[in-house]
Design a protein. Structure first.
Lengths: 385, 158
């Protein structure tokens, strides 16, 4: 029998997170710091609007681009918050999560053999989706000493003639790192120098704790070469609604829409109706959740450092990415032993790329009470080594 | 609301050490902020929200009280008489079809009825009362009374 699975599908390893997920299954008393989504449920007014949309019979397809009403709200929001102008009719596309948005952007931009620069540690799907589209992922490493910001010289060293696009993700999953406007400008200069299109995953853009987030397209000269991917999952605790969007120049939006049209057709209308409500009336809840994350952030970072798991202060998202090198264990050994002996789930840094070795990802999207218990258990664990 | 207050409203047992960690201030700063709130009566008391149905048997009633106001002092004289009764747990002056809302607590229906008819309704300048017995509490002080549902998230996700 011929090998019926495609080379691309075979060449991509399964997500490193999957393995931990399987291990945790059937361990009911586990406290998990391994979750990449809010512990809050979507605010009630959003769920209520969602139910109402069903009652009113909004159960049909929408335009391939998504509901114009939602695109208009998004345009207004970016204008008010970031002073950016995106035409809701031609530069905004509603996608089924940022995950789809990334896939669309890559497929719209990358030709077979083109190189895509991906800073690591990174979200798990950037590399595989690039491979599925026939592109070649080129890793740009970042490290704890630089607080996991992309260093211009490392990026320069990775650029070649074939480089087509650069992926940026700040605030970052898994490290919680952010980059300031000034730091991003250095990266923008390289994008111009080498004619790179920047795919900027900014789904955690609303979750920053020390200063406001800078959208990549707001940097000088970047609007025309940036695809911003943003969504409702994190800030509004709407992961299961699967609603996100891209902001990009018309030609890129058009190409992304083409792929979207023939694969997804449109994002689910129920989620889109809910997202309209989120943008119109969600500010209060976003602020409340952000304040709570911020308190947990301070608690987890201080405690991890006291325990001896050195951790820089993450300024965004809801992750801490401490070093576990002092224990002498590998990321995977640490995570596995911690789970088995103390029933605390974290994700080994290596799930996010090789340079995540020596680190673990701890999500603080979990209640303060559980967080404190988990930290106590982590302390017991490190003392027992 | 001030962030320290917000934390205490959510859990009054949070220690100054813990609060300091959460808000990024020193323990001394937090302690002095709390003391200032206590001194200026922003913080009135530290108490516990109890689901009384589980603790012991009590009956609560919400009573609409119509009051004839007095020149110069309005409703306050009557209001202050009402709150002196230990049976009264809450009292508000309101706008609308009646004047004062009183929440009364007693060990059974009879005790509450007796209090209303003998003490409250007979007060000078009280011109009428309507009593609503409380059947079930869904939410109080932002706290939902039924058991919390378990979080349905996957335990590990990217």
């Amino acid at each position: 029998m011929k090998d019926r699975i495609s080379t691309a599908a075979r060449s991509v390893p399964p997500s490193g997170i999957r393995k931990f997920f399987e291990m945790v299954l059937g361990m009911p008393e586990v406290i998990s710091l391994g979750v990449g989504e809010p512990d809050f449920v979507a605010p009630w007014h959003i769920r209520e609007a969602c139910i109402y949309s069903l009652e009113k019979g909004y159960t049909m397809y929408t335009s391939n681009y998504g509901l114009l009403e939602l695109r208009e709200e998004i345009s207004k929001f970016y204008n008010q918050w970031h002073n950016l102008d995106y035409n809701p009719e031609s530069e905004i596309l509603i996608t089924t999560g940022v995950s789809e948005g990334y896939d669309l952007a890559i497929r719209a931009l990358v030709n077979p053999g083109d190189e895509v620069l991906i800073p690591e540690p990174s979200y798990v799907s950037y590399k595989p989706c690039t491979v599925f589209a026939g592109g070649k992922p080129v890793v740009v490493t970042t490290n704890a000493e630089d607080e996991f910001k992309v260093r211009a010289e490392n990026l320069r060293a990775a650029v070649t003639e074939k480089s087509k696009a650069l992926v940026i993700n700040y605030p970052n999953n898994p490290t919680g790192a952010t980059m300031t406007r000034k730091e991003l400008e250095e990266i923008a200069d390289i994008a111009v120098e080498h004619d790179l299109t920047v795919i900027s995953d900014e789904v955690y853009g609303r979750l920053t704790y020390e200063g406001r987030h800078t959208p990549f397209s707001s940097l000088e000269g970047m609007r025309d070469r940036t695809v911003i991917l943003d969504g409702f999952s994190k800030a509004y605790a709407m992961t299961g609604f699967r609603i996100a969007f891209s902001l990009a120049p018309e030609d890129i939006t058009d190409a992304m829409m083409k792929v979207h049209q023939y694969t997804m057709l449109c994002a689910p209308i129920t989620g889109q109706m809910s997202a309209i409500e989120a943008l119109r009336n969600g500010e209060r809840e976003v602020a409340t959740m952000t304040r709570e994350y911020n308190r947990r952030r301070r608690v987890i970072v201080k405690r991890l450092n006291e325990i001896g798991l050195t951790c820089f202060t993450p300024k965004g998202a809801f992750y801490a990415f401490p070093s576990i090198k002092s224990t002498g264990l590998s990321s995977e050994e640490f995570s596995t032993q911690l789970l088995k002996s103390k029933k605390v789930a974290v994700v080994p840094g290596t799930a996010f790329g090789e340079c995540g070795e020596g680190h673990i990802r701890c999500s603080y999207a979990t209640s303060m009470e559980d967080l404190k218990t988990a930290l106590n258990r982590i302390e017991d664990f490190t003392k027992s080594l | 609301m001030d962030e320290i207050l917000e934390i205490l409203v959510n859990d009054a047992r949070t220690s100054p050490e813990e609060i300091a960690g959460m808000v990024g201030k020193t323990i001394a700063e937090v302690k002095s902020a709390i003391k200032a709130f206590e001194d200026n009566h922003t913080i009135l008391k530290y108490t516990t929200i109890v689901n009384k149905e589980k603790a012991d048997s009590v009956v609560q009633a919400l009573i609409e009280v119509k009051v004839e106001p007095q020149r110069g002092i309005g409703y306050d004289a009557v209001g202050e008489r009402i709150i002196n009764f230990p049976e009264v747990v809450t009292a508000y002056l309101l706008s609308g079809t009646y004047d004062v809302l009183v929440v009364v607590e007693g060990k059974d229906l009879k005790e509450v009825a007796k209090f209303v008819s003998e003490k409250l309704a007979t007060l000078d300048r009280v011109t009428g009362t309507v009593t609503h017995f409380l059947l079930k509490k869904y939410k109080e002080h932002g706290v939902v009374f039924h058991e919390k549902e378990k979080n349905k998230r996957l335990q590990v996700s990217p």
